[in-house]
Design a protein around this ligand. Structure first.
Ligand SMILES: [Zn+2]
Length: 261
């Protein structure tokens, strides 16, 4: 992924209080904007004294979190519709249609759309954000893939829905597995290894590379182009939030994808 120079947004999002301008840390999926006409990436921890936590259950004051959301969403000119979920580690996906405003859904772990100017969002901190787009940039999806979603086949669900609903062939789908926990940082139980199709060899500890499993699933499904970020949220805790490295105390990043309007 390539780093986007932090954006400085005018006089801040709350001019009435004279609040300082806010930098939005964004790391974009390389080339997708030019090649596919799609904006895709993830927010980072940022350099501010207060980290750029966008978590819906953040321990920080709700006003500060909402200020960050406002600054973040203001960085997508021309977009009119923003979709976010309370995620449940399942495999249900929601198709987002045209509309205005910021919408919070419940019970989904990803979305898909073919409507330009519609931004799809998932929150992550170690779980893998999976970005999907057709090669002509006509349709996109983003998934929140922890081990349960990976084991449950959320990638296959997404690919099948893109083929069925957007009339693309599966080999015309491009996939990128974004910033998340790497195989060296993700120690799991034998039941998790087995659920994700890994043979348990020898005594514990066992480590699982979720992005490697996703890439293998993508090859089996027939997805045409597969790439994987080398950035690890648990290795690089100065740039990213990590649920595991923080023992559950960290904030959340937001992964986003949308067809440019
Ligand atoms: Zn790591």
């Amino acid at each position: 992924m390539t780093e986007v120079r932090p954006r400085r947004l005018g006089e801040g999002v709350d001019g009435a209080r004279g609040q300082e301008s806010m930098e939005v840390p964004r790391i974009e999926v390389p080339e997708w904007s030019d090649r596919l006409g799609v904006v895709a990436g993830i927010t980072g921890r940022g350099g501010a004294s207060l980290p750029f936590d966008l978590g819906l259950k953040s321990a920080q004051p709700v006003g500060a979190v909402m200020d960050r959301w406002e600054a973040f969403l203001g960085g997508f000119p021309g977009f009119t519709s923003f979709h976010l979920n309370f995620q449940v580690h399942g495999t249900r996906l929601r198709r987002a249609g045209p509309g205005d405003g910021w919408v919070l859904h419940h019970g989904f772990d990803g979305h898909l759309t073919d409507v330009p100017g519609t931004l799809l969002l998932v929150t992550v901190a170690d779980c893998i954000p999976v970005f999907l787009a057709t090669m002509d940039g006509r349709a996109v999806a983003v998934l929140h893939a922890g081990w349960r979603g990976v084991a449950g086949g959320i990638l296959r669900v997404a690919a099948e829905r893109m083929v069925a609903e957007f009339f693309c062939s599966v080999d015309n789908i491009v996939m990128h597995c974004g910033v998340g926990v790497c195989g060296m940082c993700y120690e799991v139980g034998s039941e998790v290894m087995s659920a994700c199709g890994r043979t348990v060899v020898g005594p514990a500890p066992w480590y699982l590379d979720l992005r490697a499993v996703l890439a293998e699933q993508a090859r089996v499904i027939g997805i045409g182009e597969i790439s994987t970020s080398e950035l690890c949220s648990a290795h690089d805790t100065t740039r990213f939030f990590s649920h595991r490295a923080s023992r559950g105390r960290d904030g959340r990043m937001v992964a986003y994808i949308g067809i440019l309007p």
